[in-house]
Design a binder for this molecule. Structure first.
Ligand SMILES: C[S@@+](CC[C@H](N)C(=O)[O-])C[C@H]1O[C@@H](n2cnc3c(N)ncnc32)[C@H](O)[C@@H]1O
Length: 371
């Protein structure tokens, strides 16, 4: 049986390396998200909108079980507040299997799992939204949106999922399909609702090489999110040396939301912090120092002639998918060249403490005018 028939006909199907990477992204992100959110707010919700059967035929756990286990096995679980996990799946046989898998989990009074009757995301989104936000006003909600097909998750629905002030979406963007089919006749009928506008056309008109164009689609999608005033970041899930099969996109209302994304990206792809190759999972390397320096350094050099607060620099780093430790290293490199100075506090135990203010200079500022 081919892959497509397997996905259509079987209740459970075999996992693949991309699924492994996707779940690693979920796990790393959730580890951080739970530690931050469930120790700050009295309650939070995760909605798995395309939940699947909760298990793969080769034994890999499905996404709802990954979420539940990340919660139950988290080292800070004792300090956590309550987590509501709401699962939606279209097919009755998969809902039944998911209920079986959920029933096998250890019970916890702080983890409330609700597997809804079979239903589609488009029809059920308003109900999911009401359920997710019911516990209390402004409850943080993380939406996992991982469909099989483009048309199941149009941009209008993603926008609805982001309606609450603490809603976040983790979305699977089909960059490979977009790249392969974007020049087919009538495909624009699918693209425009998927992107919520025709800004995707710039990616089609640009460089046609696979990697570049897939990244352009991801950037275009994020432009749509930015137009709504949201912050976003992406992560390409790749096989071997090929370009990404899909991109995982995080959309969030707060820059603080990106703070959990960069550490995940760096852990999974220590070279660039932008994507993971499925076959490099067992061989994660140490940081590629040149890659760490270049993009962030370039952004910091643009501050020449100004003074910046730590919060601004840290946000800038997060937007570029870097962590505070990378920022500190880049600042130290600039400082060693005389291009960055901490102006306050005057006394500090470390070079770049949180809350510090940094003044930046350009290389030409160092030229001795008398020479
Ligand atoms: C990519 S799989 C989800 C895999 C799961 N998130 C995981 O990582 O283990 C997509 C699932 O969504 C279901 N599905 C397809 N269309 C749907 C829709 N419109 N609404 C809800 N579920 C749907 C499929 O039956 C399938 O089980």
């Amino acid at each position: 049986m081919g892959r497509v028939e397997e996905l259509q006909q079987q209740t459970v199907w075999k996992s693949d390396p991309h699924t492994q990477v996707k779940h690693l992204v979920y796990r790393h992100y959730l580890q951080c998200w739970m530690a931050k959110i469930l120790q700050k707010f009295p309650e939070a919700t995760i909605v798995d909108c395309f939940a699947g059967p909760g298990i793969y035929s080769d034994g890999l756990a499905g996404s709802p079980i990954v979420v539940a286990r990340t919660f139950l096995e988290h080292s800070a679980n004792e300090k956590f507040s309550r987590l509501n996990l709401i699962c939606l799946e279209e097919r009755a046989d998969r809902v039944e299997e998911l209920r079986r898998q959920v029933a096998k989990l250890p019970r916890s009074p702080k983890l409330n799992i609700q597997v809804l009757p079979p239903g589609t995301f488009a029809e059920q989104q308003p109900r999911l939204s009401a359920l997710a936000h019911r516990p209390r006003p402004n409850v943080p909600v993380l939406w996992l949106i991982d469909p099989f097909r483009l048309k199941s998750a149009p941009f209008s629905l993603i926008r609805q999922c982001m309606a609450g002030p603490r809603d976040e979406v983790l979305f699977t963007l089909f960059t490979n399909e977009l790249h392969r089919f974007c020049e087919r006749e009538h495909f624009d009928k699918a693209m425009t609702p998927y992107f919520g506008g025709d800004h995707w056309r710039a990616a089609v008109a640009g460089d046609r090489r696979a990697r570049t164009r897939k990244e352009a689609f991801s950037a275009a999608y994020q432009d749509g999110l930015k137009a709504l005033g949201l912050f976003s970041s992406d992560f390409g899930v790749e096989i071997s040396s090929q370009s990404a099969r899909y991109h995982l996109i995080l959309a969030t209302h707060s820059e603080a939301g990106l703070k959990c994304w960069a550490p995940m990206a760096w852990k999974l792809d220590s070279y660039s912090g932008e994507g993971a190759s499925a076959d490099s999972l067992d061989a994660l390397t140490l940081f590629g120092e040149e890659a760490v320096e270049s993009r962030l350094d370039a952004a910091l050099r643009n501050y020449a002639g100004t003074e910046q607060r730590w919060e601004t620099l840290s946000s800038q780093a997060a937007r570029l998918n870097y962590m505070d430790k990378h920022l500190r290293k880049s600042l130290s490199d600039l400082a060693s060249k005389g291009l960055a100075f901490r102006v306050s506090p005057v006394d500090a135990r470390s070079a770049w403490p949180e809350g510090c203010t940094v003044r930046f200079y350009a290389p030409q500022d160092l030229v001795d005018e008398a020479s």
